[in-house]
Every structure is written in C-alpha cells, then in structure tokens.
Design a protein around this ligand. Structure first.
Ligand code: 13P
Length: 250
C-alpha cells in the first residue's frame, strides 16, 4: 500500500470504444507511480477493463454498489460480490451525486460501506459540503455528520481497510477548486475526528481530495500534509492529464 492514491471517476462518460482507447493510453503511459492508481469506469465496462488492466499497476473500482449483500431480488442493483468477482478492488460509496441526485442518505451509505468491506472491496467513502452549507459555515458539521454515520455503524477499525475522499460539492465539475488552505483545513478536521477514536488509524488512513483536480493544481494539493492524493472526475477522462496527476502524487 502506497502513502497516496490517485483515482479516476469516469462517471457516466464514454462508450466501449472510448473506454478501450482511454485504458490503452493509460497503460501505455503508465510509469512507476509513487501512488496507488485506479480507475472507476461505468458498470458495463468493468469486466473488459479488468482484463485489459490485468498484470498492470492499475487497480479497478466501481462507482457504486448495492447496500444489500445479496444475492436476492434487487432488480437493477449490483452487489459487492459481483464487483469483486469481475476484478474490482475498490468502490466509491456516498459520492455527492448519489447523495444529491438519488437521495442516498447517511444510513444507506453506511450500509453500502459495510457491504463493500464484506465483499472484500475497499470502500472510498465520499464526504463533502454543498456551496450553501459552506456559506452558512456548517462545513465541519456536515462532514463530521457524514463521517460519524459510517464510524458509528462500522467502527473506527474499519477505516484501516477504507479510503476517505473529501469532495466539496461546489468544486465538482465546476472548475472551481477549493484553495489548498480550504482543502487542507477540512482534511485536517477529518483526520482529527478519526484521531479522537484511534490515533494510529488516523495517521494511516488516506484522505483524497476531489473537485476540479487537474495536472496544473495536483502537485500543490498533494503537497499538503493531510491530502493523500486525489479523486479525479473530468481530468481522468484525458489520459495525458490523468497520467500527469498520477505522477504528481508523492
Ligand atoms: P471533477 O474532477 O470533474 O470536479 O469531479 C470530481 C469528482 O466528483 C470525482 O469523484
């Protein structure tokens, strides 16, 4: 396990040919990264991409999973077991788009976190405040609540097999990056909250920043003491750009 992680969340972009081209370019350009690198393609492409990435440094993540371990009557859902079976090692849990567009609440996200770990996947727990919440000065209340919802159910020890991603909603896909000071402050807050329960886990848990990460701002963000890499959306769809972000991680 490396100290930092750079993960690409492709969201609902591209079709099969685009994905294959992107993966091909990532494989060609891959160097000996100092960080762990992974991509999170849409569900239908996971198996094929898993085969393409096999034997490389790249790891595979999914963007969501069913809160119920299954198997069972859950039409339209995909279980952690299935994701693990097709080669995923990681899965995003509680991405802000899931929270905002699909009404996922803290309780459901905590169940998804546990379902991921039960299936042998590393959950990447996403937390972050909206613009309105930041302007009202309740960033720490919101992020603290989102974190506590999972810690209360899964226990702090579960964080030794998880990653946290801080993604301020107002910085996602907007081109508006949190300043390094703003990002570092929330990362330090998150680590502090974990430290209250377990200082060792707080030191080792990797906390990624997400929200308009680009090659031009990655190094500065990753140089902050509590920023252990990035969860990259838009820029991860461009191999050159994404490879540069990977290379910027310490
Ligand atoms: P952007 O990098 O496009 O802002 O997206 C961030 C994100 O939501 C990654 O999960």
């Amino acid at each position: 396990m490396r100290r930092s992680v750079v993960a690409g969340n492709w969201k609902m972009h591209g079709v099969r040919a685009d994905q294959a081209r992107l993966v091909g370019a990532l494989l060609e350009g891959a160097e000996d990264f100092a960080c762990d690198v992974l991509v999170c393609p849409p569900f239908p492409y996971l198996l094929e991409i898993s085969r393409q990435l096999s034997g490389s440094v790249w790891r595979l993540g999914a963007q969501d999973l069913c809160a119920d371990p299954g198997p069972g009557a859950f039409t339209g859902e995909v279980s952690g077991t299935m994701l693990h079976d097709v080669g995923c090692t990681h899965v995003l849990v509680g991405h802000s788009e899931r929270r905002a567009l699909y009404a996922e609440d803290d309780a459901l996200i905590a169940r998804k976190f546990q379902a991921a770990q039960a299936a042998g996947l590393v959950p990447i727990l996403c937390v972050g405040e909206s613009l309105d919440e930041r302007e009202r000065g309740v960033t720490e209340t919101v992020v603290g609540r989102q974190l506590a919802a999972v810690l209360d159910v899964a226990g702090v020890a579960a964080l030794s097999r998880a990653i946290i991603a801080y993604e301020p909603v107002w910085a996602i896909g907007t081109g508006k990056t949190a300043t390094v000071e703003q990002a570092q402050a929330v990362h330090a807050f998150i680590r502090g909250r974990v430290a209250v329960q377990d200082a060792m886990i707080a030191r080792s848990v990797r906390i990624l920043y997400g929200g308009s990460v680009k090659a031009s701002n990655a190094a500065e963000l990753f140089a902050q003491p509590d920023i252990d890499g990035g969860l990259v959306g838009g820029a991860s769809l461009h191999a050159d750009e994404f490879l540069k972000i990977g290379a910027a991680a310490p």
